[in-house]
Structure formats: C-alpha cells, structure tokens
Ligand binder design. Structure first.
Ligand code: COA
Length: 160
C-alpha cells in the first residue's frame, strides 16, 4: 500500500526549517501532500493562494510532493486524500506541548491516523515564520532562513 503523508502548516511564509522537514520526510513516504492550512489564531501575510504558488514553485521538480490547500479540519482532509500519516516538525520543548495537544485532538477524532514527529535540525531550531516576517519588515537579512523564491516574493510584497 502506498504510504501517503500530509504535512500541513500555515507556511506563512514557508521557512528553511519547513523545507528541511519536507525533504527529510520524502525519504520515509511514497507521497507527501504539503498542505497550506488555516490557523485561525494567526494574521496572514501571504494569502493561501500565494503560499500554495510559492510551495508549488519550490517543489516543482519533486514528483513525490503534491501541494494543496485545506479549509477545514485536518483529519477530514487526511481521510479524503486516503493518507494515513500527519508529518510535523518539532523545534523546541515549547513546541512539544502545542504539538502534543494537536496530535491528541486529531487522534481522538481519527484514531486510524498517526502523527509522525521529526526533530528540526539544530541550525533551524531558532527560525519561525514570525521571526522571518519581523526581520524582513525591518530590512534585515534572512539569508539561509528562507528559500530565495520566498525572499523575493516577500520583498515584492513589502514594497507594496
Ligand atoms: N523549522 C522552523 N520553523 C518551524 C518548523 C521547522 N521545522 N516547524 C514549524 N515551524 C514554525 C513555523 O514557522 C511557525 O511559526 P509561527 O508560529 O511564527 O507562524 C510555527 O512553527 C508553526 O507553524 P506551522 O508549522 O506553519 O503550523 P501551524 O502551527 O501554524 O499550523 C495547523 C497548525 C495548520 C496544522 C493546524 O492549525 C491545523 O491542523 N489546522 C486545520 C484545522 C484543524 O484541523 N484544527 C484542529 C487541529 S487539532
């Protein structure tokens, strides 16, 4: 049976840490659906369509990656796509509590779906989408923290 995983996140913007988790996840699954999802507690910088377009561009040469958009519950989406796994990255202990809560909530709604956690590589553990937005808004360098395509798109958007 094909092992299909879903890596859902706000990806606003996708960081080098996200991309690293996705690339490493590709070694473990036959297909990885990278899905832009809505975290209703966050104020968006990029629209969901812009985030999907960016991720599609970044992974255009990776046949095992499919980029998509989700507006609803993650577990319903995972079932609909006939996937069985959710892939998440964990950076620090503070991520753990939040991730643990989400994984348990998802597990209680869909016991057949497993959440797989991957430790973020040390060099990315300080990065977050919020930090990137802060750096870019104040004209700093985000070299090595985001993909060049993401950086270009953010600069374009900030110029207005
Ligand atoms: N390296 C660097 N940074 C990372 C990272 C990594 N490997 N993994 C996560 N991050 C950062 C992100 O940059 C982001 O930073 P921010 O808080 O400054 O934006 C943060 O960690 C987590 O963001 P992200 O991974 O993009 O996901 P999220 O926590 O915003 O998204 C959803 C959570 C979308 C998966 C969740 O809200 C969801 O499933 N929504 C759908 C509705 C649903 O089913 N809700 C019930 C869930 S129980």
């Amino acid at each position: 049976m094909k092992k299909i995983a879903v890596c859902a996140g706000s990806f606003d913007p996708p960081t080098a840490g996200h991309l690293n988790i996705i690339e490493r996840g590709l070694q473990m699954f036959d297909e990885l659906i990278v899905t832009v999802a809505i975290n209703s507690s966050k104020q968006p910088f990029f629209s969901p369509e812009e985030r999907v377009a960016l991720l599609q561009d970044i992974f255009k040469d990776e046949p095992k990656v499919r980029v998509d958009y989700l507006d609803g519950l993650l577990v319903d989406y995972v079932r609909e796509k006939k996937a069985t796994l959710i892939l998440r990255g964990i950076r620090t202990m503070s991520d753990y509590e939040y991730e643990f809560q989400m994984a348990l909530a998802n597990k209680s709604m869909a016991p057949e779906i497993e959440t797989v956690f991957m430790m973020t590589e040390g060099r990315y553990s300080h990065i977050s989408s919020s930090i990137i937005k802060e750096i870019m808004r104040f004209g700093g360098s985000s070299h090595g923290m985001i993909h060049p395509l993401v950086e270009a798109k953010m600069r374009e958007k900030l110029k207005g």
